[in-house]
Design a protein around this ligand. Structure first.
Ligand SMILES: [Zn+2]
Length: 107
C-alpha cells in the first residue's frame, strides 16, 4: 500500500475540487429563464437539491479525510479512534480515512 499521507492528500484535493464544482451547481436556482437553457424550473430545482445533498456528503468526507491526515501527523494513523486497536488493513485499503476498526463500527 502506498504512503497514507500521499493517499489522503490526493483524496482531499479531489474531494475539494468536486465540492467546488458541486457547490456551484447547488447555488440558488436562477430565476432568469434564459440562464436555464432547456431545463424547466422544476428540473433545475431538483438538480439543485441533489447537488446540495452531494455537497453535504462531500463536506463530511473532507472533514473525515482531514482528520485522518491529522492522525498521520500525530503518529496515530491506523489506530482505532475508539478502542485504540490497530484498524484492519483491508478496511484501510477500502477507506483510508476510516477512524474505527471493524469491531467498533459494528456496535
Ligand atoms: Zn476499535
Amino acid at each position: 500500500m502506498s504512503d497514507p499521507r500521499t493517499l489522503l492528500e490526493n483524496r482531499l484535493d479531489k474531494l475539494r475540487e468536486e465540492l467546488t464544482r458541486t457547490a456551484a451547481a447547488a447555488a440558488p436556482v436562477e430565476l432568469d429563464q434564459t440562464a436555464q437553457g432547456r431545463l424547466s424550473r422544476m428540473d433545475a430545482m431538483q438538480q439543485q437539491a441533489m447537488a446540495a445533498s452531494l455537497a453535504e456528503r462531500l463536506r463530511t468526507e473532507i472533514r473525515k479525510t482531514a482528520a485522518a491526515l491529522d492522525r498521520v501527523a500525530a503518529g496515530t494513523y491506523g489506530e482505532c479512534c475508539r478502542c485504540g486497536d490497530e484498524i484492519e488493513a483491508l478496511r484501510l485499503a477500502a477507506d483510508p480515512a476510516t477512524p474505527f476498526c471493524a469491531g467498533c463500527v459494528k456496535d
